[in-house]
Structure formats: C-alpha cells, structure tokens
Design a protein around this ligand. Structure first.
Ligand code: 5GP
Length: 187
C-alpha cells in the first residue's frame, strides 16, 4: 500500500521572499512537488504557463467554480487564485507530498478539510522593508503595491493560525530554518 502524501502550506505577504524560499526547499527535498495554482492575473516577465501558474480567464475560472473544480480558491488583490481538487487528490493518493503556495484565506479554507498538513507563514522583517522590496521588484504599479501592503497587514494579523512562523530577515537563515522544519516534518 502506498503511504498517502502530505500537504505543506506556505503563505506569506507578497514580497516577503516566499518564491525564493519555496524554490530552495523544492531543490533540496526532491520528494516534494509544487502545486501549480490557477490564476486570472496576467503573467509577469519570466512566468511560464503551467510552470508558475495556469493563467486562465475570469470566465474560465468562474466556470470551474460552478463545476466544483477547486480544492480551495480565493480572490487576492483583485484576481482569482485556485488549487485544483483533482490534482491534490491524485497526488496525495499516489503518495506524493505537495507544497502549496497559497494565501491566508485559502489556508483557512483547507484547514477545515481535516487533511494532514503542515502550515508555515513567512514574515517580512517589517512593512517598510516589504514596501521597498515590492518597489524594487518593479513589476507592479503604485496602486497594486498599495493594495498588496494593505493585504499584508491583514495577513500578518492572522499568522498565529499557522503552525510555524519564519521571519525572512536574512535569506540564508530563513532557508535554514525552513529546511529544518521540512526535515523534521518529513521524518
Ligand atoms: P502573486 O500574484 O504574487 O503570484 O500571488 C498573490 C497571492 O496569491 C500570494 O499570497 C499567493 O500565495 C496567493 N496564491 C497563489 N496561488 C494561490 C491559490 O491557488 N490559492 C490561494 N488561495 N492563493 C494563492
């Protein structure tokens, strides 16, 4: 019999360095796979269809919502984001463990599912540093950055619902901390 896979949920305000940290974890733990989400937002510079996200239209997203397609979904910064229920079920049944990079609303939704999971929140060192990082990224307008900062404040206020909180002040230290959590949870 195959052991069922486990879910690792990682959330962080936009710009907290989550993408870099998650990529590092995936490089170190080869048995983990990344759950590619669907989104209605436009792709950023280097993002690829089916690798970073499945980029779909609002119409398609809403149609899938009507078909009970989502394991969880949420509207974040004015766009829809969702995780395919079929993908999660198939992966877990095949014994594959997955990292889900989803927001706080989505995490709330799946905690209720009762599935075995590990939840991790990545904290930026401060709101000021977060603003700077988003500005330096240069991929979002001032208005979008403002929305993301306001959202970050709401998300940070809910960090205690996660089992682990990692502060990304120093990238190397945050990677070490995150990896030791995965090592501990995977044994
Ligand atoms: P971004 O647009 O910066 O890639 O992501 C914005 C936010 O949406 C991030 O907090 C990210 O974790 C979240 N997100 C990405 N995919 C999903 C998903 O499938 N479901 C939910 N609920 N949030 C997601």
């Amino acid at each position: 019999m195959v052991n069922r896979g486990k879910l690792y949920v990682v959330s962080a305000p936009s710009g907290a360095g989550k993408t870099t940290l998650v990529k590092d974890v995936l490089n170190r733990f080869k048995t983990l796979s990344y759950s590619v989400s669907h989104t209605t937002r436009a792709p950023r510079n280097n993002e690829q269809q089916g690798i970073d996200y499945f980029f779909i239209s609002r119409e398609e997203f809403e149609e899938k919502t009507g078909q009970d397609y989502w394991f969880e979904w949420a509207e974040v910064h004015g766009n829809y984001y969702g995780t395919s229920k079929g993908f999660i079920k198939t992966s877990l049944d095949q014994g594959k463990s997955l990292i889900l990079d989803i927001d706080v609303q989505g995490t709330c939704e799946i905690i209720k599912s009762g599935l075995e999971m590990v939840t991790i929140f990545i904290m930026p060192p401060s709101i000021e540093i977060l603003s700077k990082r988003l500005e330096n990224r240069g991929s979002d307008s001032k208005k979008v950055i403002y929305t993301r900062i306001e959202n970050a404040k709401i998300e940070i206020a809910k960090k205690n619902m996660y089992q682990y909180v990692v502060i990304n002040n120093d990238l190397d230290k945050a990677i070490e901390e995150l990896c030791s959590i995965f090592k501990q949870e995977m044994t």
